[in-house]
Ligand binder design. Structure first.
Ligand code: ASP
Length: 331
């Protein structure tokens, strides 16, 4: 059986060098230059290279993520392809990986990878991360695992992983569940299965979805601004178990009455939201006015999911059903 891996390059620190005039990192390496740092990889896999873009990941938009998804969909079922690796900037890597996980249905491995140190820095980690990603993409064990994120020899599920540190090489963690496994030399070892996946069958994405973080004393002004600016959905990172300051309630109610779905997640690092509290702005109040509960998802992931759900339907009941589909909560 062939071990051909399609590597799609999109940019990020893995493709950056320090510019001598700017004294700061910018996109500079092309695909061949990056591959040439991964010594001996051709003894393991045949590589096909695709240059999708060379952007810092803060420049990647949801529309570009959807274009990337359609390129992956087109190629992943080719008979000669064993798996796909995507290189990406780490800042928004979790969003792209999660979007791909939600919209692509394939048993073949799809692995997203980046680097924390650019090519000019001591100890560029692009080579070891990319070799681990390629070894994962050719591993039969990585089949049927959905989209994976491989960094620092750890394998995490795109649906569970988040960037936890601005600097560390082991920044990608699944704080709620732990890693799926490791890459030990060239061998991929899985410790556990990931939580159930969801497939959202859509070609479209609604980009006008706001992400609002709660703090004490916040009011509805920011919510009203988003409503008036024509936003189609909102994700609120609520306090603790899922509660908001009382003065945010009027904006939330106005949004829902204007057919704008409001998803609530927690600003806490881990844990699900639930309708535990009955006071004004508490989870029970939010549930009763029609807020959608986002489980353990961090705000940035919930935003991607809501964008995709809104790409499929704008009907509030359908949005709620699709969003909460595999979020195992009391209703
Ligand atoms: N700022 C960079 C980016 O996301 C960080 C990285 O790739 O590690 O493009």
């Amino acid at each position: 059986m062939s071990n051909k891996v399609l590597i799609i390059f999109t940019g990020g620190t893995i493709a950056m060098k320090i510019d001598p005039d700017l004294h700061a990192a910018i996109p500079a390496l092309n695909a061949d230059e990056i591959i040439s740092t991964v010594t001996n990889i051709k003894n393991y896999a045949e590589l096909e290279i695709m240059n999708f873009c060379n952007l810092p990941s803060p420049h990647i938009t949801p529309k570009l993520m959807m274009e990337l998804a359609s390129v992956v969909k087109k190629n992943i079922e080719r008979d000669d392809i064993t798996g796909v690796v995507i290189t990406h900037g780490t800042d928004t890597l979790e969003e792209t990986a999660y979007l791909l996980d939600l919209v692509i249905k394939s048993d073949k491995p799809i692995v997203v990878v980046g680097a924390m140190r650019n090519y000019s820095e001591l100890g560029y980690d692009g080579s070891s991360n990319l070799s681990a990603a390629i070894c994962t993409a050719i591993s039969p064990r990585a089949k049927k695992q959905g989209v994976l994120v491989v960094m620092n020899n750890e394998v995490n599920a795109a649906s569970e992983v988040t960037k936890t540190n601005t600097l560390s090489l082991d920044t990608f963690k699944s704080p709620e569940f732990g890693p799926l496994g490791i890459v030990d030399n060239d061998e991929v070892i899985f410790y556990r299965e990931k939580i159930k996946s969801q497939f959202i069958d859509t070609q479209f994405i609604e980009e006008k979805v706001a992400l609002i973080k709660c703090g004490p004393g916040m009011e509805s002004d920011i919510i009203n601004l988003y409503i008036d600016a024509g936003y189609k959905g909102m994700v609120i990172e609520a306090l603790g178990r899922g509660n908001v300051p009382p003065k945010m309630m009027s904006g939330i109610v106005r949004a829902i009455k204007s057919n704008i779905p409001v998803v609530m997640v927690s600003r806490c690092h881990t844990g699900r939201v639930l309708d535990t509290y009955g006071y004004e702005g508490g989870g029970k109040h939010l549930r009763d006015v029609g807020v959608i509960f986002g489980g353990f998802l961090p705000g940035q992931k919930a935003r991607i999911k809501l964008m995709l759900v809104l790409g499929k339907t704008q009907n509030l009941n359908e949005v709620k059903e699709l969003f909460e589909y595999n979020i195992n909560e009391r209703k």
